[in-house]
Design a protein around this ligand. Structure first.
Ligand code: SF4
Ligand code: SF4
Ligand code: FES
Length: 228
């Protein structure tokens, strides 16, 4: 069967064996047809997050996706393409630094199983960047903190061991929680079942407790007949 792979601006077509995972198909092409084909991989078992690409417009892990005849494979969106399917993911480290979501000053408290449940799903993130590629906000705002970073902010903001979550809450107001359209694309594509959209809604509620409100609220048009 045949699959198409985006290389620079054009798609190239390759013949691959059937019943392969996409990552196996990419290695087959590299070993037997074109050794210059470039892509990222690591663990080959959904752990490292390196192999994320788009197939027919949807973000997937190549090591966890069966290849189908006619598939169109492209690099992630909103990332600088280094070559073929390999993209530069270094900007996420800058994003993590920008939001300062970690246990800066912590206190000793005993965590209950319920406390741990609150943050364990977010801790499964493998930094695959699929949610960034799927998020439409980057189309209009390249400074948006983005789904993974906001999920991480929530993970630490509700961690009982953090002495003062306010700094995290302060840092996610600009280019953060209020810029999200709540479209849910990030949640749909996450290979680890993380729900960034849900975490962003929780962060909005948490922010209200710190006196923040949606900055767009004053600009909203409620239509005629609506009065306060
Ligand atoms: S829900 Fe928000 S963060 Fe997630 S993809 Fe949509 S706009 Fe982006
Ligand atoms: S939240 Fe999910 S989609 Fe986003 S980087 Fe983490 S594992 Fe990937
Ligand atoms: S190769 Fe590590 S997640 Fe696919």
């Amino acid at each position: 069967m045949k699959i198409k792979i985006k290389r620079d601006k054009e798609f190239s077509e390759f013949e691959v064996s059937s019943n392969l995972m996409l990552l196996e198909a990419l290695f087959e092409i590299k070993q037997n047809i074109d050794s210059t084909l470039t892509f990222d991989s690591g663990c080959r078992s959904m752990v490292c997050g390196a192999c994320s690409v788009r197939v027919n417009g949807k973000e997937v892990l190549a090591c966890a996706t069966k290849v189908n005849d006619g598939d169109e494979v492209e690099p992630l969106k909103y990332h600088k393409v280094i070559r073929d399917l390999k993209v530069d993911k270094s900007s996420k480290l800058q994003t993590i630094k920008r939001e300062k979501a970690y246990l800066k000053e912590y206190k000793e408290v005993a965590l209950t199983p319920e406390d741990e449940k609150l943050t364990e799903r977010q801790s499964d993130c493998i930094l695959c960047d699929s949610c960034y590629s799927a998020c439409p906000v980057f189309e209009v705002n390249e400074n948006f903190l983005g789904p993974f970073a906001l999920t991480r902010a929530y993970r630490y903001a509700v961690d009982k061991r953090l002495k003062e979550p306010k700094e995290i809450i302060d840092n996610i107001q600009k280019d953060g929680i209020w810029d999200c359209t709540l479209c849910g694309e990030c949640t749909l594509v996450c290979p680890k079942g993380i729900d960034p959209k849900g975490d962003i809604i929780n962060l909005r509620n948490l922010s209200a407790q710190y006196g923040y409100m949606d900055p767009n609220f004053g600009n909203m048009d409620f239509g005629s007949g609506f009065s306060f």
